[in-house]
Design a binder for this molecule. Structure first.
Ligand code: FDA
Length: 305
């Protein structure tokens, strides 16, 4: 219930304006967001890569409403990829993009062509792009776009969400040679008709999807902080005779950093998803929805205004 309320608030532009300058919410933001600009992203990537982790950088923004905004998001990624190449941070650092930040909601063709430009720059920088998954109304068009991008840029990653009832079937389709698939639980408020509502069902679906991806021929990217699911993934790697370089774990910046280091030191590949930029509101609200204990600090920040 609380999760649904927070996720509904994630779509409120009024609350977004209210929180933008609140001092304590800034501290909550700092925990999950690397900073506001390319230099912050580069500095954080350097620290993580030097400590043996891989990185996926996300320039924050979603639900773009104009072509200018979408093109300016594209420009930020091009600037970022060029800097990553100059700094020698690729291929350990890749980028994650949201098609809604590239205009998917009002012009699908535009979002695909801007994504292609980003993939071209990523290929020039010797790295890859993963296309984040948003709410279920966009699953088909996003997977379709990933399929088109993969025709030219075979390393383009897809994201599948275990809370969706359809995802097991999608995993079967994506468990093929050369495909890169990030498996996560899913972060949006979804209706019962399309998504499991119960945590246990979401976790069980995650395990079934791990089985499919790990027994397939693609490259699974297991995005979870859930200790039980991490153990199950390690176990399945043994079952299916997969070496530590044939899959990776992914976790979010600021969440379970000790576990990220522990897994890397144990010889597993671990990629940290690092968001940066000033459009942090929707991202932060989804993180609060996952862990309502953080909400207390957030509400204090609003009261203090
Ligand atoms: P779960 O939420 O059950 O958490 C397990 C444990 O992790 C908790 O007990 C706690 O210890 C810790 N934890 C989890 N969230 C926390 C938080 N916010 N603060 C502090 N501790 C926390 N979703 C999506 O819909 N589309 C996408 O493209 C992506 N992309 C993505 C990339 C990567 C690299 C990750 C790790 C996750 C995503 N997600 C996502 C988000 C994902 O769907 C999911 O909402 C979160 O990862 C939380 O789910 P867990 O699997 O961690 O389990």
């Amino acid at each position: 219930m609380l999760r649904s309320i927070i996720l509904a608030a994630a779509r409120s532009s009024r609350l977004e304006r209210l929180t933008a300058t609140a001092p304590v919410s800034r501290n909550v933001v700092k925990r999950y967001v690397a900073g506001t600009d390319t230099n912050d992203a580069l500095r954080t990537s350097r620290e993580l890569v030097d400590s043996g982790l891989k990185v996926s950088l996300d320039y924050l923004g979603e639900d773009t409403l104009t072509t200018d905004q979408a093109e300016s998001t594209r420009d930020e990624y091009l600037k970022l990829l060029s800097a990553l190449k100059t700094e020698g941070l690729t291929p350990a650092t890749e980028v994650s993009i949201k098609l809604s930040a590239l205009g998917q909601r009002f012009d699908e063709e535009l979002s695909l062509s801007l994504a292609e430009e980003i993939c071209t720059a990523a290929a020039d920088a010797d790295t890859t792009v993963t296309v984040d998954m948003e709410d279920h109304t966009t699953t088909d068009i996003t997977l379709d776009a990933v399929g088109k991008l993969r025709q030219r840029f075979s390393g383009t990653g897809a994201v599948l969400q275990s809370y969706l009832r359809r995802t097991e079937a999608d995993c079967r389709e994506f468990a093929v040679k050369n495909s890169r698939v990030r498996l996560c639980k899913g972060a949006y408020a979804e209706p019962e008709s399309v998504a499991y509502q119960n945590r246990l069902e979401v976790d069980r679906s995650y395990v079934r999807c791990v089985n499919t991806l790990m027994s397939g021929e693609g490259y699974p990217m297991l995005a979870t902080h859930d200790p039980r699911l991490v153990e199950i993934a390690i176990d399945r790697a043994k079952w299916y005779d997969r070496g530590p370089h044939s899959f990776e774990f992914q976790m979010l910046y600021g969440i379970r950093p000790d576990e990220q280091r522990r897994l890397a030191e144990a010889g597993y590949q671990v990629r940290v998803y690092v968001p940066f930029g000033d459009q942090w509101y929707g991202y932060l609200m989804r993180r609060l929805a996952e862990r309502p204990a953080n909400l207390r600090f957030f509400m204090q920040s609003l009261k203090s205004r």
